[in-house]
Write a protein that binds this ligand. Sequence first.
Ligand SMILES: Nc1nc2c(ncn2[C@@H]2O[C@H](COP(=O)(O)OP(=O)(O)OP(=O)(O)O)[C@@H](O)[C@H]2O)c(=O)[nH]1
Ligand SMILES: Nc1ccn([C@@H]2O[C@H](COP(=O)(O)OP(=O)(O)O)[C@@H](O)[C@H]2O)c(=O)n1
Ligand SMILES: [Mg+2]
Length: 194
Amino acid sequence: LLDKIKDAKIIFVVGGPGSGKGTQCEKVVAKYGYTHLSSGDLLRAEVASGSERGKTLQAIMQKGELVPLDTVLDMIKDAMIAKVDVSKGFLIDGYPREVKQGEEFEKKIGAPCLLLYIDAKGETMVKRLMKRGETSGRSDDNEETIKKRLDLYYKATEPVIAFYSSRGIVRKIDSELPVDEVFGHVAKAIDGLK
Ligand SMILES: Nc1nc2c(ncn2[C@@H]2O[C@H](COP(=O)(O)OP(=O)(O)OP(=O)(O)O)[C@@H](O)[C@H]2O)c(=O)[nH]1
Ligand SMILES: Nc1ccn([C@@H]2O[C@H](COP(=O)(O)OP(=O)(O)O)[C@@H](O)[C@H]2O)c(=O)n1
Ligand SMILES: [Mg+2]
């Protein structure tokens, strides 16, 4: 099974909270048929299941901190295995959050061929998340947790971009533009893959 995953394209989608990763991934699914795996969504599904593990996760996410690395990675791996027969590509959204997450992913699953770096200003991300918070029902879409998620993003996740830049697979996407223009740039990056 892991051999099969190695034949599929793996794309990391990285960007700050509320930068628009999920929005762009949906459009990639519609155009290219890739499988979208949002690490945050997988974690929220576990929380919604009401399991003991979910309760522990909920407390961490509510604080805007990172859950244990193995938890997220196992969830992503299981989800990839479940889809490997029908997938030409995987969008791994919101992962890696720290360099160590990327290193472990590569050890256990495989190497990404592209990292889409969805870039928006801090101010923009906060504004979008406050707006989303009015309807999302996400308990981490509140001012206090948003600030913590943003701080952690700058501290832990931006180094991920530097790490993969040295490999030449990072495409920086300006996410201040209207959604469809942002997608134009995303599509160009994907079309550039052989
Ligand atoms: N104006 C504008 N709004 C956007 C754009 N992309 C996303 N949004 C809005 O910003 C909010 C956050 O977008 P998401 O796609 O959920 O962001 P995300 O990066 O997945 O965020 P997390 O799930 O918190 O990691 C949503 O309410 C979107 O409607 C964009 O390009 N332009
Ligand atoms: N790889 C990941 C992804 C999410 N998470 C946790 O899940 C929360 C929500 O993730 P998300 O990707 O949906 O949202 P943002 O924080 O990017 O807005 C994060 O704040 C973390 O607590 C994690 O610990 N590790
Ligand atoms: Mg998202």
